[in-house]
Write a protein that binds this ligand. Structure first.
Ligand SMILES: [Zn+2]
Length: 105
């Protein structure tokens, strides 16, 4: 499915997505700590939530990570302790998504 957003609209969404690293261009790359994929801003899946707030997702099928889990490809490897925190975060995000998917509001 194609995303109707143009690159400026996409960048505007990325810029306010809450990412640790601010996006300056859709050509920038990020690494997803959940699936280890490196992707460009253009690759990110964007969908609208029922609330109208856009949801940004990792381009990897089946990966539900969002902007808070994307690091700069040049960042040093995260420690095992930090990785455990990420795993907890992923579970928390997935749990909240399962909840919001069943709620109609
Ligand atoms: Zn991912």
């Amino acid at each position: 499915m194609h995303n109707p957003l143009n690159s400026e609209q996409r960048l505007a969404l990325l810029a306010k997505s809450g990412s640790i690293r601010p996006w300056k261009s859709c050509h920038e790359r990020r690494r997803c700590v959940a699936c280890d994929r490196v992707f460009q801003g253009f690759d990110i899946r964007i969908s609208a939530r029922a609330s109208g707030v856009p949801r940004l997702r990792c381009p990897t099928p089946g990966c539900h990570s969002g902007p808070e889990m994307w690091v700069h490809p040049g960042d040093p490897l995260i420690s095992e302790e930090a990785w455990n925190d990420w795993e907890l975060l992923v579970k928390a995000v997935e749990a909240s998504e399962a909840k919001s998917a069943t709620a109609s509001a």
